[in-house]
Design a protein around this ligand. Structure first.
Ligand SMILES: [Zn+2]
Length: 529
């Protein structure tokens, strides 16, 4: 048991989570962003390495827990069962590793956490917790704080983005701005109401949503700037608030970065074309015809989305990304002759996606265990050769991940076998069907994730640093704990950027000069579990 008596800290930390915030985009818009500008001048700002795959669920789980995806097991939003059914991976609440604000709470530090993605329902914390996207409904601990949120018209997110951007891009952007403004306001109001907080941690999702739509389009700046401006206004207000504190620090972290998308690689279409998967129809054209004639619908999006065990989480995510998308032309598990399908892809549209070998872990397997390595090798060779019509190589890398992503102890999920990583400006869509396996981006996918987000730190004790460019999302939790003089728990993979011994991180430590004013120092190191 951890006992901690009489700790009084004057340190206030504001950690601003910005889903999808990207260093190169910030640099581009910097002259028009006062708050970020101040950070760049007076603090540290650099790339932040995300997880593989670079997905929000995966990366936020690593940010909260300080644990790598292969260990926390949340490698996507949904996984595949042995019956090919889609199962939501659930929320971070169910993982076996605690989130950093729970650990802070154990030492008596109070947090105000608003909209952390993949946290639902709100659980008991020392402070306030407002559940994050994709919560099926708003959940607040303690529930009495819900009143403030209702008063100011708090919303979790804007749904149906594919359709809404198609009809009215400017109106949709303005609606997202509205949601984000209220989110920032909520964070200050809740902190004020709670009083005496130590950590404020809001997460803004607006940069993700708008960059998905806008990056890669002509004139992207007018939309993207609006997203960063709302966050920038929050940062300016937060810096003003911290100025009055003895010791205030502001951090910015994102879960992944963004890049413009020129082309989409339809991996399941490619698998069919190359004979790794077989359709119930004679070819893809007849599948498309089937969709047109019989109107097979959107139920197919995440395979078997009408599946009984479908988590509300899956519906929520479908609605955000694909609400309003054309209902035709998407793959379903029903479209494959499974006994003749050696491999299939699944997962969220992203520059990194997964392939499963249809071996004896599945009900209608087509690959014997003894043949699995052979199939995998063939597939890797073929994937690395995939070329666009202009001769460009599409797949940057294929990683053998067999048995790697099964860390969450979920025996209803089958671990994927290969991870495909696309080259710059390509994304991978397992679901869309076309007679060509390379197509243009969809309305909501002119931008997609990249492997470098952003990290920034500012405050009276953070000196300007140059050439500081090496940290990853798993380092966030140990660093935050360390700010409050709490050692890195033994289960974490990340290292504190303040105390680590590597050269670059050492230089940050020396420059941070953080003085946590603690009257009485008690148990400061975790002994494990
Ligand atoms: Zn994200």
């Amino acid at each position: 048991m951890i006992v901690c008596i009489g700790v009084v800290s004057y340190l206030k930390v504001i950690l601003v989570g910005v889903d999808g915030a990207t260093y190169w985009v910030i640099k581009d818009l910097l002259p028009r962003l006062k708050g970020f500008n101040k950070l760049a001048k007076e603090g540290v700002i650099c790339d932040l390495k995300t997880t593989l795959p670079p997905l929000s669920s995966c990366a936020w789980a690593s940010i909260y827990t300080g644990v790598r995806p292969s260990r926390h097991g949340m490698f996507d939003f949904v996984g595949i069962g042995s019956d090919y059914g889609v199962h939501g991976m659930g929320f971070v609440n169910a993982l076996r590793y605690p989130v950093f604000w729970s650990l802070l709470g154990r030492f008596g530090f109070k947090s105000v956490v608003v909209n952390p993605p993949m946290i639902y329902p709100a659980f008991k914390v020392n402070g306030v917790l407002v559940s994050g996207w994709p919560s099926p409904k708003l959940s607040v601990y303690p529930s009495r704080f819900g009143k403030i949120l209702r008063e100011i018209g708090y919303r979790i997110d804007v749904d149906g983005l594919e359709g809404r951007f198609r009809k009215d891009p400017d109106g949709t952007v303005d609606d997202l701005v509205d949601v984000a403004k209220i989110r920032g306001e909520a964070c200050f109001r809740l902190s004020e109401e709670l009083g005496n907080w130590d950590l404020m941690f809001p997460v803004f999702t607006i940069c993700d949503r708008i960059q998905h739509f806008a990056l890669g389009r002509n004139g992207w700046r007018k939309w993207v700037l609006k997203a960063y401006r709302v966050v920038d206004e929050f940062i300016q207000r937060a810096l003003r608030l911290l100025r009055d504190e003895d010791e205030g620090l502001l951090f910015i972290v994102s879960d992944h970065g963004f890049q413009p998308i020129r082309k989409t690689f339809l991996v399941n279409s490619w698998l069919v074309k190359k004979g790794f998967a077989k359709l119930r129809y004679s070819n893809i054209r007849s599948l498309i015809r089937e969709y047109i004639v019989n109107g097979v619908s959107l139920r197919t999006i995440y395979w078997g989305a009408s599946h009984k065990r479908l988590a509300s989480l899956v519906g929520k995510i479908n609605n955000l990304f694909l609400g309003g998308a054309p209902k035709r032309g998407r793959f379903s598990i029903n479209d494959f002759v499974l006994r003749k399908t050696l491999a299939f892809a699944s997962g969220t549209i992203s520059p990194a996606t997964f392939i499963w070998i249809n071996d004896d872990r599945f009900r209608y397997f087509a690959v014997r265990r003894s043949k699995k390595t052979l199939v995998k090798e063939k597939l890797i060779d073929a994937l690395l050769e995939v070329r666009d019509s202009n001769g460009e190589v599409i797949v940057r890398d294929v990683v053998d991940v067999e048995n790697l992503y099964n860390g969450n102890g979920r025996d209803d999920l089958v671990s994927p076998d290969l991870m495909i990583v696309a080259n710059d400006e390509y994304t991978i869509d397992p679901w869309y069907v076309s007679s060509s396996y390379v197509v243009g981006p969809s309305v909501y996918r002119h931008g997609d994730h990249s492997f470098e987000g952003v990290f920034a730190a500012a405050g009276p004790s953070v000196n300007r640093l140059k050439d500081f460019d090496f940290c990853g999302v798993v380092d966030v939790a140990p660093t935050i704990l360390n700010l409050f003089n709490i050692g890195t728990p033994s289960w974490m993979d990340g290292i504190s950027l303040i105390r680590s011994n590597t050269l670059l991180k050492g230089s940050l430590r020396d420059n941070l000069k953080i003085k946590v004013k603690v009257i009485e120092k008690k148990v400061r190191e975790f002994s494990g579990g």
